[in-house]
Ligand binder design. Structure first.
Ligand code: CA
Length: 230
């Protein structure tokens, strides 16, 4: 599953210990994930309810709202986002309670960062075994097959083109900044702005040029965005 290993996930970290949160943040961002952080349960629940995350890393012991209560309220609100719970309390009781409140996996502190990332990817795959096709108007892209379809015409994309298009589709209608595209498309290899422009040029040749209207728009000096047809 090469595309899964390359594309960063959007991870919300709800953890009140700033050193642990900072370590997780640094490690995951270096591994091309996009991380958001809340330091207490109330703000964490509010952010989680806004949606848009692939996985939530949730500390059990949090100020203002406990991790178990947060998880229960999140599930009660109908959110199925995978939750990986962290705890210092290595007891069977807490573990079972965590699963009872809807957590999908569980890690006991201290843990190795590479194991945390592996668990994040595993829980994401397990909870969402079929990655949804991304759609904007007449344009669709399936990350599993790396095939893009526009107005009934299907083309195969390269890994880089696919990563770029998937990111633009997920962010649409918002502008995706150049640094985010570089991070999510190239990951640790690190592309540069010239390589990005080249890839977008090739992407446009496949999904825009054969058609009457361009969907990929360049926002000068900032990034790219996808627009639905007029
Ligand atoms: Ca804590």
């Amino acid at each position: 599953m090469p595309i899964d290993a390359r594309v960063g996930l959007r991870v919300l970290v709800i953890e009140d210990q700033h050193d642990i949160a900072a370590n997780i943040w640094d490690f995951l961002e270096r591994r091309s994930h996009v991380v958001d952080h809340c330091a207490d349960g109330v703000s964490g629940l509010a952010r989680a309810l806004e949606g848009g995350f692939d996985v939530i890393v949730l500390d059990l012991g949090l100020p203002r709202l406990d991790g178990l209560d947060l998880c229960r309220q999140l599930r009660a609100a109908g959110h199925g986002v995978p939750v990986l719970m962290l705890t210092a309390r290595d007891t069977l009781g807490d573990k079972l309670r965590g699963f009872g409140e809807g957590a999908d996996d569980y890690m006991v502190k201290p843990f190795a960062m590479h194991e945390l990332e592996a668990r994040i990817r595993a829980v994401h795959r397990r909870v969402q075994p079929v990655r949804d096709t991304l759609v904007l108007g007449c344009l669709a892209y399936d990350p599993a097959t790396m095939l893009a379809t526009r107005e009934g015409r299907t083309v195969a994309l390269t890994r880089l083109q696919g990563n770029i298009l998937a990111t633009l589709l997920r962010d649409a209608p918002k502008v995706t900044p150049h640094p985010r595209l570089l991070q999510l498309a190239w990951g640790e290899d690190g592309g540069d702005i010239a390589a990005l422009h080249t890839q977008v040029y090739e992407l446009r040749a496949l999904i825009d040029r054969p058609f009457a209207h361009a969907m990929i728009q360049s926002v000068r000096g900032i990034g790219y965005r996808l627009v639905d047809l007029p």
